[in-house]
Design a protein around this ligand. Structure first.
Ligand code: HEC
Length: 180
């Protein structure tokens, strides 16, 4: 009899516990903006790496190369930076784009003093990713280095460049997320 009672009590506790788990798992996940931004930056970076290593590499073998004027030019696809910005353009809830220390286009310049300060912090190389409050926005940046010679070469030769001595390994800017 006592055993049966124990079983009933245990079962009851189990049901209450399970219900609690189901109910709480049915609620929206509670994630800080800071964590969300880190996940977004990591995903954007991974997408660009796959684009560079998987897609551009393979396309080149087939005679198709990245070209800034890819829309007009035959046998060309978008540059890695254009790829990140194109993903950002599809997103309405927050901004995803690139910032540069010496940007080719002013639209890719740091927008606030805080962004400049955080770019400088990333340039020191101590941290690869930062998140910070800036005005009424939460922002995050993931450092962008000239990982291959091609990054430096193309930026040095670009008609809009203000810096012609980029070299492999240089800190060039960051992928940035700006969220309200
Ligand atoms: C074939 C030319 C080319 C190559 C290769 C290239 N870029 Fe760029 N990059 C550009 C152009 C053009 C833009 C501006 C695109 C825009 O905003 O529409 C740009 C934008 C950027 C920006 C934003 C700031 C700015 O300069 O406007 C960063 C940061 C950047 N590139 C880093 C890199 C890195 C790192 C690599 C190598 C992994 C790389 N780029 C390879 C041409 C190139």
């Amino acid at each position: 009899m006592r055993k049966t009672l124990q079983t009933v009590v245990l079962l009851g506790v189990g049901v209450v516990f399970a219900t609690g788990v189901i109910v709480s798992s049915g609620q929206a996940a509670d994630m800080s903006k800071d964590t969300a931004i880190k996940y977004i930056l990591a995903t954007a970076k991974a997408a660009r790496t796959v684009y560079v290593k998987g897609i551009i590499g393979k396309a080149k073998k087939g005679g198709v190369s990245p070209n800034e004027d890819w829309v007009k030019e035959d046998h060309s696809i978008m540059l890695p930076a254009q790829y990140v910005k194109a993903i950002g353009a599809e997103i309405k809830d927050f901004e995803l784009t690139l910032v540069g220390t010496n940007p080719l286009y002013s639209s890719n310049a740091a927008k606030t003093d805080k962004e400049k300060e955080m770019l400088a912090a990333l340039a020191s190389g101590k941290e690869k990713m930062v998140t910070f409050e800036d005005g009424n926005m939460t922002k995050g940046m993931s450092a962008d280095f000239a990982i291959v010679e091609g990054c430096a070469d193309c930026h040095n030769k670009h008609p809009k460049t203000t810096k012609k001595d980029w070299k492999k390994g240089d800190f060039m800017g960051a992928i940035i997320v700006r969220m309200r």
